[in-house]
Design a protein around this ligand. Structure first.
Ligand SMILES: C[S@@+](CC[C@H](N)C(=O)[O-])C[C@H]1O[C@@H](n2cnc3c(N)ncnc32)[C@H](O)[C@@H]1O
Length: 477
């Protein structure tokens, strides 16, 4: 981070805006709305600046500023687009201890003027540190679209309960939970739906009886994180990731997803590398129970969907046996994610009317599946955890009489920027996969839907598109 993000109190303080341009008008507007006394300098201000003339906190000087004007000034903005004026403004501001910012002149800036979303009293400021202001502006537009105007009023409404909440709920964690439950739960819903009376009643109920005690109780949240691309997280998963006290994750959690967890949440890697168990399943479950009993909100982040080959059921059995409350949040399972990003629809009226999810191996190794029943002409088979056994699976299927020309695809690191797809037939897939040096995790899709991949041509285009915003931001374009 190259800049310190702070919000300045400028109420009643002197702020200078030099210029009569559109940029100057935006600066005047922002400083006035923050309560500053704005001195605007320009002999001939444009129409937009003129709309502010007459404002009680605006002093217009129909000339360019001189050094003495900067005495007692807190912030000075240059927006004249004239080099001599910018130079004078920066030097004079420095001399009088004011913070200076000249539009588009990095060397004349003590601070950045961020893109701002205002839902008074809520203010969101966005910056790319000057690297790519367009990215900040695009993000601002997105945030604008996401935030209902009433969010600001919600902040105002809730602030009137501050003292009562502080009196009633002791302890930082419990208080934070209370606020989160209010904002993201029924209270916030009622208020944003326009029912202030109901919101008020709900807060009072929550503050009475055992409502407050419940806040000290631990919980377990079993959350699906999808197959790897952070954009495939659900809103609910993201919300819970930002509220958890501790997060347990393993190697199926794709890059970029953990970055979205609340900054001060504890993170524990229970790192299940194949054949290199950092924690056994039993140890993981015991740890979840222990943390929840300490009163923590424990989020177990699972790749894909927790209830599809995720051992979610097993983990919950033990947690439930200890009487700990549990919430399960589904995720996009690898089959759905990989199908989409590899351009293979799992069902298609001309190819498959059913789809079967199977795991290649169980506790005791490769499972003896009935491949003639599974790999039928009208059904797609998706095999999880089968990368190491692709050749064995193909051989077993052909040995049971499945046609050797049956199409098959192996999707490695599906939905991630490192995705690879190997396509072949039962007869040659073992050799092709060996040549491709796939790293896993990988998913096997068997059935004639695999031929749709060439017809749709989705693969690269779709992934490029979903990563475009992220790459643009990273490369600073
Ligand atoms: C223990 S299972 C977990 C499945 C997960 N619960 C789900 O719903 O996707 C792990 C297997 O899921 C598949 N898998 C998970 N993420 C994947 C990805 N990004 N690309 C390909 N396969 C993936 C692989 O077959 C991997 O061996």
């Amino acid at each position: 981070m190259d800049y310190l993000p702070i919000f300045l109190d400028v109420r009643g303080k002197k702020v200078i805006v030099d210029g009569g341009t559109t940029v100057a008008a935006r600066r005047v507007e922002r400083a006035l709305s923050a309560g500053a006394v704005v001195h605007c300098f320009d002999p001939d201000p444009g129409e937009e600046v003129q709309t502010f003339l007459g404002h009680e906190n605006l002093v217009h000087h129909a000339r360019v500023p001189v050094e003495e004007d900067f005495e007692g000034c807190l912030v000075a903005w240059g927006a004249s687009e004239e080099h001599d004026r910018d130079t004078l403004l920066f030097a004079a501001a420095k001399k009088h201890g004011a913070l200076a910012n000249v539009a588009d002149e990095k060397d004349y800036c003590d601070f950045i003027t961020p893109s701002v979303v205002e839902r008074d009293p809520l203010t969101i400021a966005i910056t790319t540190g000057g690297a790519a202001p367009v990215v900040a502006r695009i993000l601002r537009a997105r945030v604008e679209a996401m935030l209902p105007a009433s969010y600001g009023r919600l902040a105002d409404f809730l602030s009137s309960y501050r003292e009562r909440i502080a009196d009633r709920i002791k302890g930082g964690t419990a208080r934070r939970r209370f606020w989160e439950n209010m904002i993201e739960g029924p209270v916030g819903d009622a208020f944003l739906a326009g029912d202030e009376a109901l919101a008020d009643e709900l807060i009072r109920t929550d503050l009475s009886g055992d409502g407050a005690e419940k806040l000290h109780r631990g919980e377990v949240w079993l959350v699906g994180a999808g197959p790897g691309d952070p954009d495939l997280l659900t809103f609910k998963a993201l919300r819970m990731m930002q509220h958890a006290d501790v997060v347990l994750y393993d190697r199926l959690i794709g890059d970029g997803i953990l970055d979205l967890v609340r900054r001060d949440a504890e993170r524990i890697n229970v790192g299940k590398q194949a054949g290199n168990h950092v924690l056994t399943q039993e140890e993981t479950t015991a740890l979840i129970v222990k943390l929840a009993k300490e009163g923590k909100r424990v989020l177990r982040l699972k790749g894909g969907d927790p209830f599809i080959f995720g051992r979610g059921g097993e983990e919950l059995e033990d947690v439930a046996a200890h009487g700990i409350p549990v919430i399960v949040v589904p995720g996009i399972t690898a089959a759905a994610g990989c199908g989409a990003s590899a351009g293979i629809p799992l069902t298609h009226r001309a190819h498959a009317q059913a789809v079967a999810f199977v795991t290649a191996h169980g506790k005791d190794g490769l499972l003896p599946h009935d491949w003639t029943r599974l790999a039928r002409h009208d059904q797609t088979v998706v095999v999880y955890m089968g990368l190491r056994f692709v050749a064995d699976i193909a051989a077993a299927a052909m040995g049971q009489g499945v046609d050797a020309s049956m199409p098959i695809a192996v999707i490695d690191n599906g939905t991630r920027t490192t995705q690879k797809v190997v396509v072949g037939t039962l007869a040659d897939i073992g050799k092709r996969v060996a040549e491709a040096h796939l790293k896993g995790p990988a998913l096997i899709v068997i059935g004639s839907v695999v031929t749709m991949r060439d017809e749709l041509g989705i693969d690269v285009a779709a992934r490029d598109d979903s990563h475009r915003m992220e790459l643009t931001a990273r490369s600073g374009l």
